[in-house]
Design a protein around this ligand. Structure first.
Ligand code: F6P
Length: 375
């Protein structure tokens, strides 16, 4: 441990999730108390290093009481990529410029010795690119999607999972009363972690995830099979990124700066197709941003705190370019390059898929097809 006075900064980037404030608190407490460093908070992700007046000192008083609070006291955005920064000109035109050098210059002016980036896939990609240009940074993996490679779990996921499970518990009682088929569309981008785990925990009859393309006929078969067994309702969980065999994902819009498209609407598409194949009435609930809000679960508070403390230790050891990660209940560090190399999809050849199949949950395709996808 070193007692040398240093100044570090932290920012939260991308979509928010529960546990961000717990990381901020852990970083500020560890840096201030254990290392006697100053901590600067950057507002609204990387944008705070481009726009003026968005940097403030964070003291122990600033983080007092924020552990159970959802959101981020620093603010965030998923539209501020310094390599393709969007500005709206007075004539309404959108100008996209590379402001990455300005970000590095600003950190230099602020005399920042190490930057802690709390972010998901997008923010970690940006961090990785800035590291190639000389940035001293470490990463903390955040996202409800749990799609970051190299860590078993990202913080924020467990809270979202519980929210989705509670939604299913509530939908189940109304589905049963009305003999309806209720579809719950959950987030998760291109992966099915929330849908699969919430679906099993919440007693869903059909779970559709991007990793297993579905057919409407298979979904209808499950609903009809249940009717014959005198179960007159069914619960379907669909991940926003799920797609039919031979079909494509359903999108709402595209972000100009990142080129990333916003998923959403698959639940309604399934409702329309399924209504031709079954007799039950169908209703769709899109759980949306409820999954991102609220107070973190105990699991997320612990994970976020452990990640935050470890991130400061990495800065102390000058292990820049590393990201904190969870493996076998230990907090370790891995190169950010490894984390951003690919998305972490639900592996098909694991007990969680086997559990769903043993529970007679339909995964939207025939068992034979799924087993052949498992390899
Ligand atoms: O990555 C987190 C996430 O909530 C995804 O699950 C979802 O697809 C996306 O962000 C929604 O983004 P926005 O906040 O822009 O609606």
């Amino acid at each position: 441990m070193t007692n040398q006075k240093r100044q570090i900064a932290l920012l939260t980037g991308g979509g928010d999730c529960a546990g961000l404030n717990a990381v901020i608190r852990a970083v500020v407490k560890t840096a201030t108390i254990e290392y006697q460093w100053d901590v600067l908070g950057i507002e609204n992700g990387f944008e705070g290093l481009i726009l003026p007046g968005k940097v403030r000192k964070l003291s122990i008083e600033d983080v007092r009481g924020i552990l159970p609070r959802g959101g981020t006291i620093l603010g965030t955005t998923n539209r501020a990529n310094p390599f393709a920064y969007e500005e709206v000109l007075p004539n309404g035109e959108v100008k996209i410029t590379d402001r990455s050098d300005d970000v590095l210059k600003r950190l230099d002016e602020l005399n920042i010795d190490g930057l802690i980036v709390i972010g998901g896939d997008g923010s970690l990609h940006i961090t990785h690119e800035l590291i190639q240009k000389g940035l001293h940074a470490v990463g903390v993996p955040k996202t409800i999607d749990n799609d970051i490679q190299g860590t078993q779990i990202t913080f924020g996921f467990d809270t979202a999972l519980n929210t989705a499970m509670e939604a299913l518990d509530k939908l189940q009682t109304t589905a049963e009363s009305h003999h309806r088929v209720l579809i719950l569309e959950v987030m998760g981008r291109n992966t099915g972690w929330i849908a699969l785990k919430a679906g099993i925990a919440g007693g869903a009859n059909v779970i559709l995830i991007p990793e297993i393309p579905f057919t409407l006929q298979e979904v209808a078969n499950k609903v009809n099979e249940r009717r014959q067994e005198n179960a007159k309702f069914s619960l379907i969980v669909v991940a926003e990124g799920a797609k039919p065999v031979g079909g494509s994902q359903v999108y709402q819009e595209m972000y100009a700066s990142t080129g990333m498209r916003r998923l959403g609407g698959i639940g309604a598409v399934i409702e329309s197709g399924l209504s031709q194949l079954i007799e039950n009435e169908i209703r769709v609930t899109v759980l949306g941003h409820l999954q991102r809000g609220g107070s973190p679960t105990a699991f997320d508070r612990l994970l976020a705190s452990r990640y935050g403390c470890m991130a400061v230790r990495l800065v102390a050891e000058r292990k820049f370019g590393q990201m904190v990660a969870l493996r076998d209940d230990q907090i370790i560090s891995i190169p950010i390059s490894e984390a951003v190399a690919s998305q972490k999809f639900v592996p098909l050849n694991t007990d969680i898929i086997a559990t769903a199949l043993s529970l007679n949950i339909s995964l939207g395709n025939t068992r034979q097809e799924i087993e052949s996808m498992m390899g």
